[in-house]
Design a protein around this ligand. Structure first.
Ligand SMILES: [Zn+2]
Length: 402
């Protein structure tokens, strides 16, 4: 079912419990008992035990015989992606997306909603929780089927505890424990991360799984960067890695940023800054979406400003390209919808200013998931956690399914 490369650790030794066996089956790397024995080096009787445990917990099922070998065909084992569901939410400043997905990350039901993150955690999470219940009803599931919850928020997060840390546009959320809030409603782990990180994860997992090093740039009202290094999300010591929005763009010392500094990338090239510039020339624009609307309508001033924003972004990214040497840079976020102009500006500067070796095979691409990147990534984040070999082993030992 899941073929080819993936983000997880491929090594099966020394973890050779049922969880590792499940991983091999999920990845399609070994799907018969004989393959599993060869691949793990475990005795066939041990493999049989592991598979029996997975069958008993309905995490795998027998999908019929393989026709490729002579004689009685061995039974093919398949991951039961309907063994439960996960809930995912990508919370933005003013609009959000929530979904219920199966355990392979396929969305079963999804909806977008307008809500203001600055209304505070209780009000926002009440709304999100109502939508979760609505989606579960739609797909005929209950809270008991929920194996995990993944949430992305528009601010820095202490990933280990699921608490936002001094989020500038989220008043009332500082230190608020999302896992504790959900614990009264669901008996399932809750993982929380910065929205740009889950977008990077969603895009990487869906379209770039064989790429080791990738940057995902979200250009909306703010500008942030999700970093995939060695196929894993790199968060940094304080969860602040990739906060490129406040790197200074030379030549903009007269532009004041909301953070108190001058010349920040976000204040020069963010959607809010572009809307201000467009209003200054007499066009109607309140936010990044209006900027995109004007570009799409063929408004030349809007197209020119977005291309110039791409150049400013390119000036900051040129340094990141030299420093990090990514294989791919993905542009997403609201302004990613105007990617022709944005990417043109980015490419112009990056290829001029970065080292030739760093840009030799560098690809710059628009997000393919678009405004779904975050909610897909939030689901994948929690699926990879609840199906991790050690988590499965513990769950099976305690007699609870996944
Ligand atoms: Zn700033």
């Amino acid at each position: 079912m899941r073929g080819g490369g993936h983000t997880s650790d491929r090594s099966t030794a020394p973890l050779l419990g049922a969880g590792s066996v499940l991983r091999l089956i999920r990845d399609g790397e070994a799907v018969t008992r004989a393959d599993l024995a060869r691949r793990t080096g475990l005795a066939r009787s041990t493999v049989a035990q592991r598979v029996d445990a997975l069958l008993a917990h309905e995490l795998v099922y027998e999908a019929g015989g393989s026709s490729s070998t002579g004689g009685r065909p061995p039974t093919i084992l398949a991951f039961n992606q309907l063994a439960g569901v996960v809930l995912a939410a990508d919370l933005g400043a003013t609009h959000s997306r929530v979904a219920v997905s199966d355990l392979a990350g396929a969305p079963l039901a999804e909806l977008a909603l307008d809500m203001d993150i600055s209304a505070g955690p209780e009000a926002v999470l009440d709304l999100v929780s109502e939508r979760f219940e609505e989606l579960l009803r739609q797909v005929d599931r209950t809270a008991a089927d929920v194996r995990g919850i993944g949430i992305g928020v528009p601010g820095p997060v202490a990933f280990a505890t699921g608490q936002p840390v001094n989020p500038p546009i989220m008043p009332g959320w500082d230190g608020f424990s999302l896992p504790r809030w959900f614990s009264t409603r669901y008996d399932a782990p809750v993982l929380v991360d910065n929205d740009v990180n889950i977008m990077a994860l969603g895009e990487h997992w869906s379209h770039w799984r064989d790429t080791d090093h990738l940057l995902f740039i979200k250009v909306g009202t703010g500008i942030g960067c999700g970093i995939v290094a060695g196929r894993l999300i790199h968060r940094g010591a304080q969860g602040a890695a990739g906060d490129i929005g406040h790197i200074r763009v030379p030549g903009n010392e007269d532009v004041l940023c909301r953070c108190g500094n001058v010349g920040c990338l976000e204040a020069v090239a963010g959607g809010g800054a572009l809307a201000v510039q467009l209003r200054a020339v007499g066009l109607e624009a309140e936010n990044s979406r209006d900027v995109v609307r004007l570009v799409r309508a063929g408004e030349p001033q809007a197209a020119r400003m977005v291309r110039e924003a791409g150049r400013a972004l390119g000036r900051v990214l040129a340094g990141s390209v030299n420093f990090f040497n990514p294989a791919v840079i993905i542009l997403g976020g609201d302004l990613g919808a105007a990617h022709e102009q944005l990417l043109a500006g980015v490419r112009e500067v990056i290829f001029e200013r970065s080292l030739p070796l760093a840009t030799r095979d560098l690809r710059t691409e628009p997000s393919r998931l678009g405004d779904r990147a975050g909610v897909v990534g939030a689901a994948i984040m929690v699926i990879e956690h609840v199906l991790a070999p050690d988590v499965i082993d513990r769950a099976l030992q305690s007699g609870v399914a996944a």
